[in-house]
Design a protein around this ligand. Structure first.
Ligand code: SF4
Length: 341
């Protein structure tokens, strides 16, 4: 059996603290694990509110920041131990599409510059005509033509055009994985549908997997194969997307989904309505118990002692990190009755 495409093992990222302990400690990601198989290509959603750790996760996968502990393996090799050539392959095969495409463009260059740089850095073409053909092919995949856009400056393109060009730029390198960090949160509904459709086509026709980072459950429901819901840097629940969203098990995920009665892309999870000061205190402590305890209606003493592991709660590797699903535990009768349906 071939190694997974991407494997994250017990990833932890802690900010602050340090030798003199002058800045507050924030555990952005704790003991997080994920596996994306080599085939078939899939869309794995990482969903959560602001501060849930999902952007930290994107940053560590893309190599923008280092883990405090744990491992990220690509095709079986730890990215922190890769030699120069393998690291170059990794940077080519794992591409990114960000929330704000405008920030990626240099306003002083025509937009074709973003493609020229990639072709030059990765020595992809021996001539200008070969380079142009590669760029045209990539633009065609996202429904664009070079003559319409390449000679323009970034401000002359619409937000949707800029975002589609970023997807084309990622596609140019024939990646195996695209980390898409909130790629549709700044575009309108029709462009959102178009970009989500492009992602599905890239998965199905080009065999490209996605790590789709979002706060938006409705788009996750539309395109995601599997979903990981993060709460304060830890997995609260994960599994098949439809199963998790239609039949959530973790008290936090139930609260989230119940707070969005009809999936609506206009409803965001942002803000701090589900985060309390107690939550923040829990978050500064790497050894604390369940971070959802301060808000959980089912909290038990043991929830404070140690963070719960992931328990199987349904078919298809549907798992929730909650002691309510520990079948071995001798829970008080009242608590057993309180297990959510
Ligand atoms: Fe609530 Fe305990 Fe489950 Fe955490 S482990 S969600 S505190 S019941």
């Amino acid at each position: 059996m071939s190694a997974p495409l991407l494997e994250i093992r017990n990833a932890t990222k802690v900010y602050g603290g340090g030798f003199l302990r002058t800045s507050p400690v924030t555990v952005a990601l704790q003991d997080y694990s994920l596996t994306i198989d080599a085939a078939p290509a899939t869309i794995t959603t990482i969903a959560g509110e602001s501060g849930s750790g999902k952007t930290t996760l994107a940053n560590v996968v893309l190599g923008f920041t280092e883990l405090s502990s744990g491992q990220i393996l690509y095709k079986g090799t730890d990215i922190s131990t890769m030699d120069k050539q393998r690291l170059m392959d990794y940077r080519r095969e794992v591409q990114a599409v960000f929330q704000d495409p405008y920030a990626v463009y240099n306003p002083f260059y025509r937009v074709k510059h973003i493609f020229d740089i990639v072709i030059k850095n990765f020595k992809m073409a021996a001539s200008k005509s070969e380079a142009r053909e590669l760029i045209e092919n990539a633009l065609n995949v996202v429904g664009m033509r070079g003559e319409e856009v390449l000679e323009k400056y970034p401000h002359q393109l619409s937000g949707g055009q800029r975002q589609r060009m970023m997807v084309a730029r990622a596609y140019l390198l024939k990646p195996r994985l695209i980390v898409a960090d909130e790629p549709v949160s700044m575009v309108d509904a029709s462009l959102r549908a178009m970009i989500l459709d492009i992602m599905l086509r890239l998965r199905d026709e080009q065999g490209i997997s996605f790590l789709y980072i979002t706060h938006d459950l409705s788009t996750a429901y539309q395109i995601g194969d599997r979903i990981h819901l993060l709460y304060q840097g830890q997995t609260a629940e994960r599994g098949d997307t439809v199963q998790v969203i239609e039949n959530p098990k973790h008290p936090y995920v139930q609260l989230l989904i119940n707070s969005i009665p009809v999936p609506d892309p206009k409803i965001k999870w942002g803000g701090d309505s589900l985060t309390s000061i107690d939550d923040e205190q829990m978050r500064g402590n790497v050894s604390s118990g369940c971070r959802f305890y301060p808000r959980c209606p089912y909290g038990m003493d043991r929830c404070l002692q140690q963070h719960p592991p992931l328990y199987t709660v349904g078919a298809g590797q549907h798992e929730a990190a909650c002691y309510l699903y520990d079948e071995q535990a001798n829970l008080p009768a009242a608590k057993k009755m309180a297990v959510p349906a």
